[in-house]
Ligand binder design. Sequence first.
Ligand code: MRU
Length: 381
Amino acid sequence: MLGVVNVAGIPYRTIWPDPGGSAVGIIDQTLLPHRFATARLSTLAEVAHAIRAMLVRGAPLIGATAAYGLALALRNDPSDTGLAAARSALLATRPTAVNLAWALTRMATALAPLPPAQRAAAAWAEAGRIAEEDVALNRALGEHGCARLEQLARGHAPGRRLEILTHCNAGWLATVDLGTALAPIYLAHNRGLPLHVWVDETRPRNQGASLTAWELGQHGVPHTLLSDNAGGHLLQHGRVDAVIVGADRVAANGDVVNKIDTYLKALAAHDCGVPFFVAVPGPTIDWSLPDGSSIPVEERPAREVTHIHGLDSRDQLIEVRLSPSSTPAANPAFDLTPARLITALITERGLCPATTNGLRALYPELAPLPPLAATNPDLPS
Ligand code: MRU
C-alpha cells in the first residue's frame, strides 16, 4: 500500500480507504505546493465536490475517486434508484476524462446484479481493485516508457542528461500512484539514467508549476519550470530530446485529448522532429469513439484565467486579479492533439503507433472490429 513518493519522509498514495470503509482520505491538491493537507471524504456530495473543485484531479485519480464515491453512496442507499442517482451525480462532475465513465460503468456492471444488501461492501471492494489496478497499470506503462527513454539516451555522451518536456501534471498526483507520463521518468531516474525535466507551468490552473514541480522535487528529480510559451523555443534549439504528456481521453484512432496547450506542444515537437509521446493506461481509451472530434472539452470558470493564486510576502495564500475587472475570459480546459502528431502511445501493454491498427494490435479484445468490407474485400459492403 505504500506510495512511490515520500512527503516529508512518509510514503503516500493520493487516495486511501479508511479501514472501516466509511470514508477515503485524499490530498487536497488545491493547496499544493504551499500546503500539504489531507481531507476525509465520507459522502457522495463530498466526493462529487472534491472532483468538481479539483481537490483530486487527473484522469485516473478521478476514476478511482468516483468509484469510492459510489461505494460511499451505497452505504446510505443501495437500491437501484440510489445506484443510478449516485452514478449520474458523479458522472456530471467533469466531462472530459473518460476514466470517470469507465470506473462508474465498471462499478455499476458489478453491482447491479447483486441484492441491495450486498452492494455497499461489494462496491468498496471493487473500488479498491480499481485503485490497485491503476497502480499496476502505471508501473507496467512506466517500464515500457523507461525502456524507450533508455533507448533515446543511448549514444549520448557520458553524463549528458536526457532532456524531457512535460505538460500539466500526469504524475503521481494525477493517479493513485506513480503517474502516467511521469512513471517512465521516475523509473529511469531511480535506475540512474541522468535526466532533466522541463515543466510547463500549465496555465490557467498551473498544474505544472504547482503539482509537477512539487512532486518531482519531493522525489529529487532534476527539473526546471518554464512558462507555457517557452517550449517551442527550447524545441527549436535542440534542448528537448522528448516530450511526454498524459491523456484524459484517447479515441480508437489514437487522437488524444489532454490539458489545454498540449496540441501546441505537439505541433512544435513535430516541426522540430522531436518525439512526442503520450502515456495512456487502458482505461483512458474510449473505444466507442472512432476519432477525437466528439470528445467533450470542459469549459471551466473564467475566474481561473483572470485570477491567480499564490503566497504573499507573509506566506499567506491569496488570490490576485491579472486582468481588468471587466475583461471577459474563455477557459477551455483541454484540447485535441491529432494522432498524426504523436510519435507513439505508451501503454501498459507496450508502445504503439497512434493509429487504429496500432491500438488494435495491443488491445485486440477491446478494439472495435474493422468493418466487414475492410477485412474481406471480396464481400459486398
Ligand atoms: O484538469 P486536470 O488537472 O484534471 O487535467 C489533467 C490532465 O490533463 C492530465 O494530463 C491527464 O488527466 C492525465 S493524468 C495521468
